[in-house]
Design a protein around this ligand. Structure first.
Ligand SMILES: Cc1cc2nc3c(=O)[nH]c(=O)nc-3n(C[C@H](O)[C@H](O)[C@H](O)COP(=O)(O)OP(=O)(O)OC[C@H]3O[C@@H](n4cnc5c(N)ncnc54)[C@H](O)[C@@H]3O)c2cc1C
Length: 483
């Protein structure tokens, strides 16, 4: 039996692939339902995505496409065109799905430098990354064999991308003469923040290219982000696997050749193989000895992870919008918000699982810091939460005239401690490990740990955050653990 810890996209994708390949799988999940950061909650007639709302990487040769393709599952996804609208001051920047249309549009809006050259380069980098990733499932190399595989002539053609792991997006933009315009820089920074969790100064240009091309290729999952995850879970169950909710893992220990995994229900599980999607910070809390030191080492290298503030509401109308995804730039900073934008998803008219006909649900999220929310009295916490929630709603009211005349049916919000409660993630750290030129991708915790039979997936392991990356980690782990 293989134990998989966590029923977010990392855990469920791994479990589904293993069950599909004939392995007996048991998934342990601390929350009462699936999805983790890409989960959902219901309130009355409305259903809300809690965090993640956009799918990408769904083509046959991309991670989501590869996983669902092997499983023979077709999630109900609706491509958005435009993939996103970025509302900056008085103008809307439309991320057309077609590459040419987007490059044409961005070149007109920001005419300085060689915009065409810059964007063509980003698309060219993105196109080279997918085959690289498919060719080397043991990235990042963690053994001599892995390094030898990477040194194979097949890998040489990708060598030039290596510089892009330690060189910033700022440098790449500068080399095309597009990095000095303040508005364009602000645009790039906020796009990078939602994809790489970094800005131009720190984001490596390799992952930055993935992050900057993704907003043109977004897919809306009908019913919500949890829907494809539900298909993964059913796949596990149909193949004899088990998914146990309300089972928080409190200890992982090596006993002889097996792992003993204890949960807060007092249950013990024994398995030769454990695949954990529990974040590194939490793993350091539930392990001991060399395992603890390993995860603590990675946790300590990544103490600047982001938290999220999220606000949810329903509208008694359906605004006419060209896309479900908006990034709204802030004119002035908001209290306790550590980004210059809000990301907003409005459920479309064709999704009647999210809201009754003629209504819609809205999820707004932005970046926060754990320290702002710790050590507060209950009163101070509630006061701060109310202030942030109101500030975000005020921005939406001011910047979304499309909502005029519609009533907000109710409002709920999530602060970092809410994320701790629902996802168990240490300090409410979500969004994985920020991509940074100082801690290159190849130094991320690999999917294969140094401990035989223990694998690590999810957004704090290679290749990082976002559902496509997490599903790629799942793909790699499912391959490596059955070699
Ligand atoms: C606000 C926000 C917006 C985002 N937007 C997008 C987006 O639009 N598109 C996109 O692709 N990505 C987005 N992301 C990122 C994406 O949601 C995550 O990277 C991805 O869902 C992480 O999946 P995971 O399986 O690694 O972790 P999680 O989703 O956190 O899943 C881990 C699971 O493990 C469980 N768990 C934790 N500890 C234990 C324990 N001790 N015992 C048992 N179970 C445990 C948790 O309850 C959880 O269900 C967003 C994230 C946030 C926070």
């Amino acid at each position: 039996m293989i134990l998989v810890l966590g029923a977010g996209y990392g855990g469920l994708a791994t479990a589904a692939l293993l069950a599909h390949r004939g392995y007996e799988v048991t998934v342990l999940e601390s929350h009462e339902t699936l999805g983790g950061c890409a989960g959902f909650f219901r309130s009355g007639r409305y259903s809300y995505d809690v965090g993640a709302t956009t799918f990408s990487g769904v083509l046959a040769d991309q991670p989501v496409g590869m996983v669902f393709g092997e499983l023979g599952i077709t999630p109900a996804l609706v491509q958005q065109d435009p993939g996103m609208v970025i509302r900056m001051g008085e103008r809307d920047i439309t991320r057309h799905a077609g590459k040419e249309a987007w490059i044409e549009g961005v070149s007109q809006m920001f005419p300085q430098g060689d915009q065409q050259g810059f964007w063509n380069r980003l698309y060219e980098i993105e196109a080279r990354i997918w085959p690289l990733i498919r060719s080397f499932p043991s990235l990042p190399p963690s053994s001599l064999v892995d390094w030898l595989r990477l040194a194979h002539p097949r890998g040489w053609k990708y060598a030039s991308l290596g510089m892009g792991l330690i060189t910033s997006m700022r440098s790449l933009a500068a080399s095309y003469g597009v990095g000095s315009d303040a508005a364009f820089t602000a645009f790039l920074n906020e796009q990078l923040l939602i994809s790489t969790q970094s800005t131009m100064e720190r984001a490596p240009w390799v992952t930055g290219a993935m992050g900057l091309t993704y907003p043109s290729q977004t897919y809306y999952p009908l019913g919500g982000m949890y829907r494809p995850a539900l298909q993964l879970m059913r796949h596990v169950q149909q193949r004899g696997g088990t998914v146990r909710f309300r089972e928080r893992v409190v200890n992982i220990e090596r006993v002889g050749a097996r792992y003993r995994v204890r949960t807060d229900r007092g249950t013990e599980y024994h398995a030769m193989m454990v695949i954990s999607s529990i974040p590194v910070w939490n793993m350091a809390e539930i392990t001991s000895g060399p395992m603890q030191r390993y995860f603590a080492h990675h946790a300590q290298r990544n103490t600047h992870a982001w938290c999220a503030i999220s606000v949810y509401f329903a509208l008694d109308g359906q605004p006419a919008l060209p896309t479900t995804y908006y990034q709204i730039h802030l004119d002035t900073p908001l209290p306790f918000v550590h980004a210059n934008s809000l990301f907003m998803t409005v459920s479309p008219a064709y999704d009647d699982e999210k809201a009754p006909r003629g209504h819609c649900t809205v999820t707004v999220s932005t970046h926060a810091r754990a320290a702002d929310w710790e050590g507060l009295s209950q009163h101070a916490y509630q006061e701060q939460k109310r202030m942030v929630e109101q500030a975000i709603l005020d921005v939406i009211d001011a910047r979304m005239p499309e909502f005029a005349g519609m009533q907000r049916m109710h409002v709920e919000s999530g602060m970092p401690s809410t994320w701790v409660r629902y996802t168990s993630r240490h300090r409410g750290y979500v969004g994985g490990l920020p991509h940074d030129i100082g801690t290159p991708l190849l130094r991320m915790p690999p999917n294969r740990t140094p401990f035989a039979g223990l694998y690590h997936v999810g957004d704090t392991a290679f290749p990082g955050q976002g559902t496509p990356a997490v599903m790629l980690g799942a793909w790699n782990a499912a391959y490596l653990c059955t070699l």
